[in-house]
Write a protein that binds this ligand. Sequence first.
Ligand SMILES: Nc1nc2c(ncn2[C@@H]2O[C@H](COP(=O)(O)OP(=O)(O)OP(=O)(O)O)[C@@H](O)[C@H]2O)c(=O)[nH]1
Length: 254
Amino acid sequence: MRLTGDPAAGTMNSSSGSGNFLLVPIPEYPLLDCVPNKTVKIVVLGASNVGKTALIVRFLTKRFIGDYEANTGALYSRKVTLDGEEVSLQIQDTPCVALQDDAEGLYCQEQINRSIYWADGYVLVFSITDHNSYRTIQPLYQHVRRIHPSGNIPIMLVGNKSDLLRARQVPADEGETLAASLGGVYFEASARENHEGVHAAFLHLCQEVIRGGGNGEKRRGGLHLARPKSPNMQELKRRFRQVLSSKVKSSTTL
Ligand SMILES: Nc1nc2c(ncn2[C@@H]2O[C@H](COP(=O)(O)OP(=O)(O)OP(=O)(O)O)[C@@H](O)[C@H]2O)c(=O)[nH]1
């Protein structure tokens, strides 16, 4: 899902009834702000409703919003410090992928393919409460492999919604086994309840990308893809504060 609204007007959309609020994809910070030669590009992929946007927002803002509009793919940028070095981190949210009827192929929008090509590191997300979302991971990984047949592919497998233990459909050892078979690490996380776990997972992948060098070789090949638009973190935080204060005001007037 995505954060929505009108960036030009700086307004927020709020869904009536639920009291949830939605935020805006915000223009990316200037390229000049990026740390030269130290940019990590991560794409978050997975089936519908697994918590891709919630994980990204949790990592970037430490908050869990709870509800979003259907995702069309937003890019988020921020600086992080890794092993004492400043790095420009870009995280691409994506629309969901779905298994085809034969359960081997994938329905995958072209913009997702572009994001896969663009990225250095891959977060493959399923929900531990949805075995179908888990079954999507293997074909999804193969899809990434087809786009990067020879490159190093730093991946991280995330079993999200670990707070919903009673609804669990995917045992933790299945996640670990699958991650090992894909050459990645498995994290169980709850975007809803645990910032630390989500934070550790994203930083782990960033470190893997930096150590492995990502897919730098593809860019030397001459194919340049348009950089998607991204939100600015300061602006994102400002809008969070704005929305939170308007929520407080509206609840005190009830
Ligand atoms: N209980 C629980 N709910 C979560 C968690 N993460 C996300 N959700 C909920 O799951 C729903 C889907 O979350 P999103 O982040 O929009 O999922 P998405 O994968 O981006 O969804 P798509 O737009 O369909 O691709 C929302 O109602 C979230 O509130 C979690 O860790 N625990």
